[in-house]
Design a protein around this ligand. Structure first.
Ligand SMILES: [Zn+2]
Length: 114
């Protein structure tokens, strides 16, 4: 797609409020353009972020600690029984990945399975 400056729009990923967002960027004037589909994705993601941002208490489950997750996460594909991977991303930050994101973590970096 052509930009009004004569450049060409190319696929680009922009970080908007911490959310990686697919968009188009002009290779000349660097103007950013979103298709209505990309905008819809972003709004959906923001809505989900709002719905799932919550405080939870760590509970004891057998010999493990557990955190309950909001059921609304079903809307983004999280299911009971599904495997997730977890890693520390800061001194007091844990990141939980599921689906294809979870599969990306290589086996040698993963410990435990309960
Ligand atoms: Zn341009």
């Amino acid at each position: 797609m052509k930009c009004e400056c004569g450049g060409e729009f190319e696929p680009y990923t922009e970080n908007v409020e911490g959310i990686p967002l697919d968009c188009l960027k002009c290779n000349r004037c660097e103007k950013i353009l979103y298709t209505s589909e990309q905008m819809k994705d972003f709004i959906g993601m923001k809505t989900m972020m709002k719905k799932t941002t919550t405080k939870r208490k760590i509970i004891v489950l057998g010999h493990s600690y557990a955190i309950t997750l909001p059921k609304s996460l079903e809307e983004i594909g999280l299911k009971a029984g599904q495997r997730v991977s977890m890693k520390m991303t800061g001194k007091k930050t844990l990141e939980v990945k599921f689906g294809e994101e979870s599969e990306r973590i290589t086996k040698e970096n993963v410990k435990g399975d309960d």
